[in-house]
Design a protein around this ligand. Structure first.
Ligand SMILES: Cc1ncc(COP(=O)(O)O)c(C=O)c1O
Length: 419
């Protein structure tokens, strides 16, 4: 029997499912429709981007190399060293860093690189991922012919999947694990000890640890840790080994530059080399003018601080608008609200119908577990990506609708208990 990998995947594409959910619902309330379903910052990108790309215009004529330019790799290595307080010689710009055209493609490619071919009758390799998760992880696992293994991230484990709960038989088959901190959708920030435990596990079982850190610069308190710090602290060699580790960073969130399609991967030299090989066969290398702008952006923190302040304002506005319904709503990192509304689909429909606001039902980012429980089903994800004045107005528009939905859900639950 043959199976169509892409077909089975598309059934789970969150935004296709959202379009279907809302297609027969009229956007209501006489309001201008707003999309808070997608994690796309709506702030103006830094002015320097347009200037730098313009200055480099002659380079549009050149095929770029997958490995980028030396100034780019040096800027990234410098940023990583400063940001994560690494020893100067730990990240070698020539071997440990490579640009990517956004991290989505690179997160996809790492599965193609890490998952081995198996012989007839052999069990499929496993790819571990949190549940809920960024949909690309599952897409990549399926395309690579692996079996995804979902690790529930719930309120009970502070949205950090429990490493100790992974069965030994699964670890034996694991080729790759995706982790994400600050996490999408919940904004949970992993302690350094948690990242160390993952890296130690990856080395013990010789799988690749893919640490998705694209929200690392959006936080409310102290800067989130990164997995390179785990490599530093596990030590073992001098300079510290990057074995089994690859990390993913992006300008899409940090620099409000989603349309630039620019990020980087860093980690074990062999893994970086393989990512470059995949670009040579079926990917896109970052164009030189974009790379020139990205090189400057990784050396500038001022614009990042400005965006961070806006997200803090947006979280505070959310707290003001929604506290009476949900209590504390502010996440430690990232820019999403993750709200327990009882039934995510019902809430998404109500918000579209009564406030013309699109949000993502949490269940669309997750899969049912062995007990049939979908850990995202009760939630909606709301992207706080508008300018603060607009965001505050949108949150005020959402609050009465959400209050009604939550109230209805509570009453329905009480009725169910009485039956
Ligand atoms: C968790 C996570 N990882 C990676 C990405 C990919 O971002 P980009 O391809 O723009 O770098 C996103 C984008 O929404 C995301 O939410």
């Amino acid at each position: 029997m043959t199976t169509d990998r892409l077909e089975s995947l598309m059934r789970f594409h969150p935004f296709t499912r959202l379009n279907k959910l809302l297609e027969s619902v009229q956007a209501g309330g006489g309001n201008t429709p707003l999309a808070l379903s997608v994690g796309e910052p709506q702030f103006a990108p830094p002015a320097m981007v347009a200037r730098l790309i313009h200055e480099q215009a002659p380079l549009w004529g050149k095929y770029p190399l997958p490995t980028g330019t030396e100034p780019f790799r040096q800027a990234v290595a410098g940023w990583l060293t400063r940001r994560f307080r690494l020893p100067d010689d730990m990240v070698d710009p020539a071997r440990h860093v490579m640009p990517v055209t956004g991290t989505r493609e690179a997160l996809f490619h790492i599965a193609l690189s890490a998952v081995p071919e198996v012989g007839p009758g052999e069990e499929k390799p496993v790819v571990l991922m949190p549940n809920p998760f960024y949909h690309v992880y599952a897409g990549a696992a399926a395309a690579a012919g692996a079996e995804p293994y979902f690790l529930n991230a719930t309120g009970e484990n502070s949205f950090l999947p429990e490493i100790a709960a992974i069965p030994e038989a699964i670890l034996k088959r694991t080729a790759l694990a995706y982790i994400c901190s600050p996490s999408n959708p919940q904004g949970a920030v992993a302690p350094l000890s948690y990242l160390c435990d993952w890296l130690a596990l990856a080395r013990r079982h010789n799988f690749v640890l893919a640490s998705d850190e694209c929200y690392s610069e959006i936080y409310r308190g102290t800067p989130p840790h990164g997995a390179l710090e785990a490599a530093r602290d596990l030590g073992g060699q001098n300079p510290a080994s990057l074995d089994n580790l690859i990390i993913f960073h992006s300008l899409s969130k940090r620099s409000s530059g989603a349309g630039m399609r620019s990020g980087f991967v860093a980690g074990e030299a062999r893994l970086i080399q393989r990512q470059a090989q995949l670009i040579n066969f079926g990917g896109v290398a970052t164009p030189y003018p974009i790379l020139a702008a990205a090189t400057e952006l990784w050396q500038d923190e001022e614009h990042v601080q400005g965006y961070r302040a806006k997200y803090i304002e947006n979280f505070n506005a959310a707290q003001d608008a929604l506290e009476d319904i949900f209590g504390e709503v502010r996440a430690e990192g990232g820019f999403f609200l993750w709200l327990d509304v009882g039934d995510g689909e019902a809430a998404a429909q109500a918000l579209w119908q009564h406030a013309a606001i699109r949000v993502l039902p949490g269940g669309y980012m997750a899969r049912p577990d062995a007990n049939g429980m979908n850990p995202g089903q009760r939630y909606i994800r709301v992207a706080l990506v508008l300018e603060p004045a607009e965001m505050s107005a949108a949150l005020k528009r959402m609050a009465p609708v959400l209050e009604r939905v939550v109230d209805q859900q509570r009453k329905a639950q009480e009725r169910a208990k009485m039956v």
